[in-house]
Design a protein around this ligand. Structure first.
Ligand code: AMP
Length: 417
């Protein structure tokens, strides 16, 4: 018999991590909903074309896409990220702007699996369409920073940069092309290929042999238009005013070909693995247009849930929430009374579990212990005869009998102690 296990780069998320996972999404939801963002749930697969619009020099698109032909002969892909889907949804539904949305869910990339890098991984993120204001850039960045600190993370560094406008990027891109071409054979083979597609992305290379050239490469800040430079300046001043700490990083270009002006990335310095980026984003003012919509500015970020939780482990913060039931019912009379009591408590929103299979008192008490419940209820033949239930607080051990019709009130007051 074949025994199956998860595919490479995928994992089962079990307790207690699964509860932590959900808590993570809930904390994120509360941070961004309190700032006026509304949940969007795009589909997990879309027409391949939606993602191809992300750009041909984007590895996520060229090498890592889970694309296939469905049974109806459509070329579709599992989403590698959600910005493209949000922009496609904007074009499809034409909501009024500013359109502020947040999302949470899995993405799929055919990457080489390793610590902090998976083929199915979760992101939470926000996107805003229709606003050009640099104060929005600062709001978006500040929300990510607020969220990280809400998790309890301290060792997080924010890098920001501006990629300028369309024309600036082209000028800078040409300057980089010229610079790298003049030193072509000092570049890794991969970067030589990247250079032909998108010279900016060479700056993204983490390969050691590329670093000397990259460090001495021309800087984008010398190629910004006055508008883009002013925009960036306003973003930085707003971040200062909000007390958000950052460092300017000239090399921060990020994956999307459509990024314009502000880009940013959060890195966990507590993570020792190869992948320390826990989130990032930027403006992508041309993307909606490329998906067939009107010219619309856009900005957003995506934070990696899996990797951010690794950062939480490294900093020893944001532990799994307690999901233990409050009450455990031990019934030695066959189990039907336990069923009734569970039903009663559940109808009164008190969490409760029980043992099955009519096991011995000892075995059921062990199960009560293991459940982590604060209270055990014990039902034996004597109790049934007297119309009582024994309430045993698990810590004090001071048990007492109570009439069934007073049970709910007794447990509520017990749980408040
Ligand atoms: P990106 O969409 O590539 O800008 O990534 C945003 C964030 O998602 C990164 O900073 C990571 O935290 C996370 N991320 C991206 N790719 C992966 C992956 N393959 N596995 C785990 N997390 C990822």
């Amino acid at each position: 018999m074949t025994v199956f296990s998860t595919s490479p780069g995928t994992r089962d998320i079990l307790a207690p991590d699964a509860a932590r996972w959900r808590q993570f999404q809930e904390v994120f939801a509360s941070v961004v909903q309190d700032a006026g963002y509304q949940l969007i749930i795009p589909p997990m697969f879309e027409d391949l074309g939606v993602f191809l619009r992300l750009g041909e020099a984007t590895e996520v698109v060229t090498k890592e896409m889970y694309d296939f032909e469905d049974k109806g002969g459509r070329r579709v892909a599992l989403r590698p990220e959600q910005t493209a889907s949000v922009c496609r949804a904007f074009v499809e539904h034409r909501p009024t702007t500013p359109w502020k949305v947040w999302y949470s869910g899995p993405n799929f990339r055919y990457e080489k699996p390793q610590q902090g890098r998976y083929r199915q991984f979760d992101q939470v993120g926000i996107e805003v369409l229709g606003v050009d204001d640099p104060l929005l850039d600062a709001e978006v960045i500040a929300l990510a920073a607020t969220f990280f600190s809400r998790l309890g993370l301290k060792d997080v560094q924010l890098a920001v940069n501006s990629l300028g406008d369309d024309g600036d990027r082209e000028k800078y891109s040409a300057a980089l092309h010229e610079y790298f071409s003049a030193n072509l054979f000092q570049l890794s083979e991969e970067s030589q290929i990247t250079l032909q597609k998108n010279p900016l992305r060479v700056l993204d290379s983490k390969r050691r042999e590329d670093q000397v050239l990259i460090n001495a490469a021309p800087k984008i800040r010398h190629y910004l238009s006055a508008d883009a430079a002013n925009h960036f300046d306003s973003v930085l001043r707003a971040l200062d005013a909000l007390g958000v700490k950052y460092a300017i990083d000239d090399r921060l270009v990020r994956g999307l070909d459509y990024y314009r002006r502000t880009t940013f990335e959060f890195v966990s310095t507590a993570l020792k693995a190869a992948h320390t980026a826990i989130g990032g984003g930027g403006r992508y003012d041309g993307l909606v247009e490329h998906l067939g919509g009107p010219s619309t500015p856009g900005i957003g970020f995506a934070l990696g849930l899996d990797r951010t939780l690794l950062a939480c482990d490294a900093e020893n913060v944001f532990s799994a929430p307690n999901t233990n039931v409050s009450v455990f019912v031990v019934d030695t009379t066959g189990g039907l009374h336990a069923a009734e009591v569970c039903n009663l408590l559940r109808n009164n929103a008190i969490s409760v579990d029980r043992a099955f299979d009519n096991r011995s008192m000892k075995a059921q008490m062990k199960a009560a212990d293991r459940s982590g419940a604060m209270i055990a209820l014990i039902i034996g033949t004597d109790e049934v005869a007297a119309g009582h239930i024994i309430v045993r607080p698990m810590n004090s051990g001071q048990q007492y009998a109570i009439a069934q019709d007073q049970l709910v009130a007794a447990i509520r007051s017990e749980l408040q102690k």
